[in-house]
Design a protein. Structure first.
Length: 208
């Protein structure tokens, strides 16, 4: 019998995407177990969500370390101990170094609130709003160590209409994220993601 597909979620804030993944896992269709939360803010609401869900937490204070690489070595050791198959970044607000990125190349994903390569980096929704685009959205991409530069796995478009305000656009994008992210994680869990350079193909799921 194959071992369960094990996922670690990295988050720093409210944890709405974390909760969506936990709910999908418990509903039985994700094909993966959410077994670890990694959080750099021990007081963040996502930590309480994890505890209520029975998900183990690895909490740390970056200020207690001299370098990013120091705490990332501890995180990597914990990931190895937990036999993590996939890292899912869900509002984790820290840049990553090669200590984490290299061992998990092709097995670490992030979700970004724009249609990359447009509007990378911080305040992507605000950037799109100020630019006046008519369509924005959400992107799930592989993490390669750059700022939202990894190969694109999936995208969901969100239309900006005349009646929208920036808060309504934010809610539409967050809803798109909550729909898209569990689907992508399930593709990884079912070994449907095939990467060739910057091209990512999603294979057809075999019939049960």
């Amino acid at each position: 019998m194959a071992k369960p597909y094990r996922v670690a979620v990295f988050a720093s804030g409210q944890g709405s995407n974390f909760q969506t993944l936990v709910d999908a896992s418990k509903a039985g269709w994700l094909g993966a177990d959410i077994v670890l939360l990694v959080c750099d803010k021990p007081q963040a609401p996502v930590v309480e969500r994890a505890r209520k869900a029975g998900v183990e937490c690895f909490l740390f204070d970056p200020k207690a370390y001299g370098r990013r690489e120091d705490y990332e070595q501890e995180i990597t050791a914990e990931l190895n101990k937990q036999q993590i198959d996939l890292i899912v970044l869900a509002g984790y607000m820290r840049l990553l170094t090669s200590v984490l990125v290299e061992p998990y190349a092709g097995r670490m994903i992030n979700i970004h609130p724009s249609l990359l390569p447009a509007f990378p980096g911080k305040n992507a929704i605000g950037q799109a709003w100020e630019y006046g685009v008519k369509v924005t959205g959400a992107t799930v991409h592989l993490v390669d160590g750059g700022m939202d530069t990894g190969a694109i796995v999936a995208q969901a478009a969100v239309e900006i209409t005349e009646g929208d305000i920036i808060e309504s656009v934010e809610e539409k994008i967050h809803a798109a994220e909550r729909d898209l992210y569990p689907k992508v994680v399930s593709w990884f869990a079912h070994d449907l993601v095939h990467v060739e350079g910057r091209k990512v193909r999603i294979l057809s799921k075999p019939e049960a």
